[in-house]
Design a protein around this ligand. Structure first.
Ligand code: GYE
Length: 321
């Protein structure tokens, strides 16, 4: 036991990233899972981490959890340490889409199956991972745009939109940008006048929105934020600029976290597109299947919807994240 605890500690040190769990209470035939999380950048992410930890608990699982603090470099180190420890299955949520070929090849050579959760990777060889469980981010972007078009019925253009993008190079930022643009481009009233990354955080969302407000002397009609946290940060910037969020500037964001429902209830956010972070139970099942050598679908989708201000009060007590 001592020896294993020491090895685990050494591996964590080698990973140079937050590392916890491992071993305690796990049964002898537990499935050892190395999980590399993106970070703790948003309410969505903390709910996702909770769900994963609950679902991959002992005694059935022996979870080695590592937090990459939104750095790909840390994730690659964590994956290499999982390979060195010969875990049974690696699961991870890749911070960005590209740059994974080498380390995934190392996992494959070691015979360790990889389950992607939440975010996708771009690889030339699809056999480098077993499956991906996550949301359809392109569709989420389309839903945000469709809501905006429906809500703007009768409104004459031009409608000036600013966009707060998620982490540069991440699957949700790329896809949410694409899906939104695809739909908005079909209506001549709308134009995206500015688009910049707020890295999925409140602090950055606020900072970039401040810059947008200063630069756009022609006025801003709509804010589209790739997640609720950035919208919540931007709401503060809008209020500090003496404007009314939700009225002077219409706001639509993605995730559907509690903070978004509270902002909608206060009239400051107009709509949120749901992105369910509670992937733990489905992830656990995929890990069991992959570990047992059972066939799994290459892509597992999560189902979700759209919520508006008039639904916020009724829905708030039901929210689990
Ligand atoms: O929308 C955002 C988080 O990858 C779907 O990451 C996830 C996104 C989520 O930081 O809040």
């Amino acid at each position: 036991m001592k020896k294993y605890a020491f090895l685990a500690l050494a591996a964590c040190a080698a990973a140079l990233a937050g590392c916890s769990g491992g071993g305690q209470g796990a049964s002898d035939d537990a499935i050892t899972v190395g999980f590399s999380q993106v970070g703790a950048e948003s309410e969505w992410r903390t709910a996702n981490t909770r769900s994963v930890k609950e679902a991959l608990a002992a005694p059935e699982f022996n979870l080695k959890f590592s937090d990459a603090q939104q750095k790909q470099e840390n994730q690659i180190k964590a994956l290499r340490s999982f390979i060195a420890q010969r875990v049974d299955v690696i699961a991870f949520s890749p911070v960005v889409e590209s740059g994974w070929e080498t380390v995934l090849r190392e996992a494959k050579a070691a015979g360790i199956p990889v389950v992607l959760t939440d975010r996708a990777v771009q690889v030339s060889d699809e056999s480098l991972y077993a499956t991906l469980i996550g949301s359809d981010f392109v569709e989420e972007g389309r839903r945000a745009a469709r809501w905006l078009i429906e809500d703007s019925e009768g409104l004459e253009g031009p409608v000036r939109i600013v966009e707060l993008q998620g982490t540069v190079g991440s699957a949700p930022a790329n896809d949410r940008m694409r899906g939104f643009k695809e739909v908005i481009d079909q209506d001549a009233r709308f134009s995206i006048v500015r688009s910049q990354s707020g890295d999925f955080t409140r602090a950055k969302g606020k900072e970039v929105m401040e810059a947008f407000l200063k630069a756009e002397t022609g006025g801003i009609d709509v804010l589209y934020a790739h997640n609720d946290d950035m919208a919540i940060g931007a709401i503060q910037a809008i209020e500090e600029a003496g404007l009314k969020p939700g009225t002077d500037i219409r706001i639509v964001s993605i995730d559907g976290v509690r903070g978004a429902f509270e902002a909608m209830n206060a009239g400051k956010l107009n709509a949120t597109v749901e992105c369910n972070p509670l992937l733990g139970p489905q992830l656990a099942q995929l890990i069991r299947d992959v570990h047992a050598g059972r066939e799994v679908p290459k892509r597992v989708m999560v189902e979700e919807g759209v919520f508006t201000r008039d639904q916020a009060a009724a829905e708030l007590p039901n929210r689990k994240y």
